[in-house]
Design a protein around this ligand. Structure first.
Ligand code: ADP
Ligand code: MG
Length: 432
């Protein structure tokens, strides 16, 4: 970007907030905000994505007199669909819901249809059948989208809906103790018709917070208020989560979101392209869908990158352009995904065990450890699904593999030796 355009358009902006993948930027006038929106959105989005390490949406609002002023909402400027909206309920300080995250814009495929159906069921019958609804799945697979989609639906029905991340819950809880405002804190939640808590894994291990959450949970649950939780792993593998909370989570329904298959990835990309209003050649979409499989976030990032590249170079979208603009991502992803054979042989040589034993049933300490590490690496580094891992390891059953996976992820937190072993093997794999 040229210096004059930087000075004119970017320098006078301020960061207002970054929540739920939505970066809110304050612009000094509605003209600025229009220009940023129409001319520079792709560049800003791509750059922000790079800096933040994951795709984000950007919206512009009029900035107040000082950069410290609280986030503004519903101000003029920007594209209307990108406006921030705020709930109609009495609580004044909802975290914002990303307007893009609706149940309608959530593309349904085999990997997420159960979770989506559960979300719909909850919006039709809040507080009745599935309470709490516990959504879980890996990073970038759509948990926040689904959770906020539920929130949006309830808001549209005029319900008082509180959406919060468990980190924010923690911070607010601590602050309320420090400022002796625990009553206000509790009231805020007590008045909710629906409570949505994102990334609940962050409260594991924090006893006082769990205590606070337990009471909030019970109070709402007893009053048949709907609770929906999102988590990056199944509730059973939340180490250091109090038993009584765990049993509460099990009262309702648990629904997982898996990595999308090729067809769903294609559908998500097509929807995303359509929402951006620019036609994208079908071969470009298939190209991206075939090569970016680990998360929806990654998929969207790739599409954004191709868009931005086309914009900046003024070259129309084509397969060739996609290839060029994604080349570094593609080569790095090729490099970092080793085959399952490579992983198994690296694990065997690291622990100095016979590789064939990894697929067997022997339970000596060393072999069990090597097998668990193998499961972990096949999933994390090899990007295999648990059922693929089950068949790779000599047709073991899914629940055994799932058990190993759960065990090793929780062990990792408390066992520095294991962390070291795993990273040593990972290093070998990337070097080799
Ligand atoms: P998580 O909370 O699981 O890490 P997010 O909900 O933030 O993931 O999703 C990452 C991105 O992928 C978001 O931009 C979201 O809109 C998009 N996304 C995920 N799943 C879907 C889907 N099924 N349909 C459309 N967009 C999706
Ligand atoms: Mg999330």
């Amino acid at each position: 970007m040229s210096r004059p355009s930087y000075l004119t358009w970017l320098k006078p902006t301020v960061g207002v907030s970054f929540e739920n993948n939505l970066l809110t930027v304050g612009a000094p006038s509605s003209f600025h905000s229009q220009m940023l929106q129409s001319r520079m959105i792709n560049l800003i989005q791509t750059t922000a994505t790079k800096v933040l390490g994951g795709p984000c949406d950007v919206c512009f609002v009029l900035s107040g007199a000082t950069p410290q002023s609280p986030p503004l909402t519903n101000t003029a400027g920007g594209h209307s669909s990108r406006h921030l909206t705020r709930g109609t309920g009495p609580a004044p300080d909802y975290p914002k819901l990303n307007p893009k995250y609706t149940l309608d814009s959530f593309v349904v495929g085999p990997s997420n249809q159960f979770a989506h159906a559960a979300a719909l069921a909850v919006t039709h019958n809040p507080g009745v059948a599935y309470n709490p609804l516990f959504l879980y799945g890996g990073v970038g697979l759509g948990k926040t989208h689904l959770l906020q989609g539920i929130g949006r639906t309830f808001l549209n029905q005029g319900l008082n809906c509180v959406y919060i991340n468990s980190e924010q819950f923690t911070n607010e809880f601590i602050l309320s103790i420090q400022t002796k405002k625990t009553r206000e804190f509790r009231n805020k939640f007590r008045s909710a018709d629906v409570l949505l808590v994102d990334d609940i894994q962050f409260i594991a291990g924090k006893e006082a917070i769990q205590e606070g959450f337990f009471h909030t949970f019970n109070e709402l649950h007893n009053n048949n208020k709907q609770i929906v939780l999102a988590c990056d792993r199944p509730s059973a593998s939340l180490k250091y989560l109090e038993e009584r909370l765990l049993s509460r989570f099990d009262w309702g329904l648990s629904a997982d979101i898996q990595k999308p298959d090729q067809e769903t990835r294609l559908a998500i990309l097509s929807a995303k392209a359509a929402s951006l209003g620019s036609p994208v050649p079908a071969d470009v979409l298939s190209f991206i869908a075939a090569r970016f499989s680990s998360s929806v976030r990654e998929l969207e990032g790739a599409l954004n990158r191709v868009f931005a590249y086309s914009d900046l170079t003024a070259v129309p979208l084509s397969l060739e352009l996609a290839n060029i603009s994604l080349s570094d991502l593609l080569s790095s992803s090729n490099r970092t995904v080793p085959s399952s054979d490579q992983i198994l042989s690296e694990v065997a040589s690291f622990y100095k065990v016979d590789g064939r034993l990894l697929s067997g049933n022997r339970k000596d300490r060393l072999i069990s450890r090597a097998r668990q590490t193998a499961v972990y690496l096949l999933r994390e580094t090899g990007e295999l699904s648990l059922s693929d891992i089950a068949s790779t390891l000599g047709g073991r059953d899914y629940s055994t593999i799932r058990h190993s996976w759960t065990k090793v992820t929780s062990l990792l937190k408390e066992d520095p030796d294991l962390r070291q072993e795993i990273s040593a093997i990972q290093e070998e794999l990337t070097l080799g």
